[in-house]
Design a protein around this ligand. Structure first.
Ligand code: TEU
Ligand code: CA
Length: 551
């Protein structure tokens, strides 16, 4: 197996593949259905490994594939060492890992350390055990406040809405202690003060590294350590050293020990999901004895505005430089509004707290900007992420019927926040009507309905069109592998007209120009390698990007 740029991979100790990798995110449930039950699965992925290798990505990140009641799309894990029957078997996962490696593609899995499922055997045992028992010490059980314990132990709120505590019921039917859940009530938080919890997760990492997994995406990585006093939180304060549970200093010990586990194996990467406003504190997770990389959500949230984008790039590079970690660039994932929709709105930024589902969006404009943004993303220094379906130019599905919505954001907000289902609709592969090749003939309907308008968005339809989003991604990924300056390495800004981003890579032989202004702009002299839309009179039109080999 060889990686991009011909490095020998597998067990070569010096191959820091995560520094330049293009990582494709697979939301398993919605990628491809191999057995016709309307739910994506590992067989469906295995059947499309050829597509993914041809697309030109370096690694696949799988959202959680473990057994789960699916209260939060699998982020409620009942067994960290197996595969959900709806997705396949552990043997299927092992086959998939081997087959991907054989085609030169790495595998990243998603480990959820902050919480498990309420069906996890440890939580079931804790529920059955008495208050104060060692079983309950693995979680956060507390008596309630008020005369009869009828009030939650503190004022913490669930990130999905409502309170962060749920009251248990004793065997005799009387109300019992409360337990903490920063997300859904089906996701009890682990107590990371417990050495058993710490050992368990180190063992889970080894379990998957032993099976050849190349990287671990760490879910909600900044939330593990709680204020031991469980004092009321200042709900207006941001994350940081004094926050009740986000980004507390103690969390770094956990990742130092995870790094020691990863370093027992060659070429394994730890990837943090870390949403933090303070980039200096964010970079602490990337010190040389902690995580290798983390998602850059500032870039994802940034509006389509040249000055703001440039400032995010500068702040990102400045934050990563002192810790020697590579940056990453992300436009979409399974938690956010698809960026074609976002870029077509009047406000093109993304805010987790205000997703603005149903806001008017000019999708043609959004797609044009998404094309340019893809080229920007793939030209910046470091690694890049692609969320499944962005290479087809899919927009957010904003008109899902309410009765199919599954995201706990929807149920926990009293049906005021539609949630994240609209970016999780099963992919269209071929054909002119649902299920668009997501499942085979005679299959059950996809678990979320696909819009009939996706007929011209299928992989098959786009593969045949030179001007499609898929063709652009293929061409950009092919060029990224062929241009020696791309991936990790230096960049320098070029002087431009207002509203234009332009930078060179490496020693200056490669330039990326992104026109975010309303007027055409001139390209540097050289060979045009790729443009996200055609040039007009030799000029780069608005909302268009170009890659140029400079003479
Ligand atoms: O998302 C984490 C998440 O939602 C938080 O990072 C949150 O936005 C932030 O802490 C607010 O300050 C991950 C998964 O990506 C998501 O799909 C899961 O629902 C969630 O964790 C729970 O596991
Ligand atoms: Ca299936």
């Amino acid at each position: 197996m060889t990686s991009r740029k011909g490095l020998a991979v597998a067990d070569e100790p010096t191959d820091r593949w995560w520094c330049s990798a293009v990582i494709y995110q697979i939301y398993v449930r919605s990628f491809a259905d191999g057995n016709g039950d309307g739910i994506g699965d590992l067989d469906g992925v295995r059947a499309r490994l050829g597509y993914l290798a041809d697309l030109g990505v370096d690694a696949l990140w799988f959202t959680p594939w473990f057994p789960s009641p699916m209260a939060d799309g699998g982020y409620d894990v009942a067994d960290y060492r197996d595969v959900a029957p709806m997705f396949g078997t552990l043997a299927d996962a092992e086959k998939l890992i081997d087959e991907a490696h054989a085609s030169g593609v790495r595998i990243i899995i998603d480990v959820v350390p902050n919480h498990c499922s309420n069906e996890h055997p440890w939580f079931q045992r804790a529920l059955a055990a008495a208050p104060g028992s060692p079983e309950r010490e693995l979680f956060w059980f507390r008596p309630g406040l008020g005369e009869n314990g009828e009030l939650p132990p503190n004022n913490w709120a669930s990130i999905f809405g409502g309170q962060a505590w749920t009251r248990t019921t004793n065997d005799d039917g009387t109300p019992g202690e409360w337990y903490l859940h920063l997300f859904d009530s089906a996701q009890p938080d682990f107590n990371w003060n417990s050495p058993l919890v710490r050992n368990e997760f180190e063992d889970i990492l080894r379990f998957w590294f032993d099976r050849g997994v190349d990287g671990i995406r760490i879910d909600s990585a900044a939330l593990l350590i709680k204020d031991n006093d469980l004092a009321d939180a200042d709900l207006t304060g941001g994350p940081g050293a004094g926050h009740a549970y986000a980004d507390r200093d103690g969390v770094h010990d956990v990742y130092r020990s995870w790094r020691r586990v990863a370093d027992e194996y060659p070429n394994r990467a730890l990837i943090g999901e870390i949403w933090l406003p303070d980039t200096e504190r964010f970079a602490r997770y990337l010190r040389s004895d902690e995580l290798h990389v983390a998602f850059n959500f500032d870039f994802l949230c940034c509006a389509w505005d040249a000055d703001l984008l440039r400032s995010v790039v500068d702040v990102t590079m400045a934050a990563h430089r002192p810790v020697g970690a590579p940056a990453t660039w992300v436009l979409s994932n399974h938690d956010v509004v698809r960026h074609v929709t976002r870029y077509g709105r009047a406000d093109t930024s993304f805010d987790m707290a205000d997703r603005r589902i149903g806001t008017p969006s000019d999708l043609a404009l959004g797609e044009r900007r998404a094309r340019a943004a893809a080229m920007l993303t793939l030209a910046l220094p470091g690694g890049a992420y692609i969320y499944q379906g962005e290479e087809f130019g899919l927009a957010e599905v904003e008109d899902l019927p309410d009765d199919v919505r599954q995201d706990p954001f929807w149920s926990r907000s009293d049906h005021t926040e539609p949630g994240r289902d609209g970016c999780r609709v099963p992919l269209p592969w071929s054909g002119s009507q649902p299920p668009f090749g997501f499942s085979g003939d005679g299959a059950a309907a996809p678990w979320l309905p696909q819009p009939p308008s996706w007929a011209d968005r299928t992989m098959r339809a786009q593969a045949a069109r030179p001007d499609s989003m898929l063709t652009l991604y293929r061409e950009a990924l092919r060029l990224r592998r062929a241009q020696p300056e791309l991936g990790d390495g230096p960049m320098s800004w070029l002087p431009t007209e207002p509203g234009v981003l332009a930078f060179t890579r490496g020693a200056g032989g490669f330039a990326c120009v992104v026109n975010v202004s309303g007027a055409p702009t001139t390209l540097p002299a050289g060979e045009l390698l790729l443009a996200s839309d055609p040039l007009v009179d030799g000029q780069l039109p608005p909302d268009t990007a170009a890659w140029v080999r400079i003479f």
